[in-house]
Ligand binder design. Structure first.
Ligand SMILES: [Zn+2]
Length: 139
């Protein structure tokens, strides 16, 4: 935070008692709204472990992960997450974590960024091709 890289957030990922990755929020320095501490730490940990899964890992976050990071954590599948501050604490400091959690529960047209399905057969064809792919690596 004091280096000017981003907000007051940090994340450490541990496996078998050893730190495999640590990161801070780098949204400002990377000019990247997805450069949250958890996302960056997950990317570093996966590279360090040579796996797209964080099997047996523990993720420590300075604040309850935002919905984006929650999704990334579920995709990475660590064993457990510990966090210090809550999403309400983050909101009190001026961050949108709690707001985005509340948006998820709204009907898509009611969200501040409306979502609308465009039902194109070409889109479904890609998923059908994936289902039929014989040499795919499941994740
Ligand atoms: Zn996040």
């Amino acid at each position: 935070m004091n280096s000017g890289k981003g907000g007051p957030f940090g994340c450490v990922i541990v496996k078998d008692g050893v730190i495999v990755a640590e990161a801070s929020n780098q949204v400002l320095s990377d000019i990247d709204p997805t450069a949250h501490a958890e996302i960056t730490a997950i990317r570093l940990a996966c590279k360090a472990l040579g796996s797209f899964q964080l099997d047996g890992c523990i993720l420590f976050s300075s604040t309850e992960p935002c919905p984006m990071c929650l999704g990334a954590i579920y995709w990475a599948r660590p064993r457990k997450v510990y966090y210090a501050c809550t999403r309400k604490d983050a909101a009190d400091a001026g961050f949108d974590d709690d707001f985005i959690y509340r948006e998820i529960n709204l009907a898509q047209p009611d969200r501040s960024i409306p979502f609308e399905q465009v039902n194109l057969p070409e889109g479904r064809a890609v998923l059908e091709a994936w289902k039929d792919k014989s040499n795919k690596q499941e994740y």
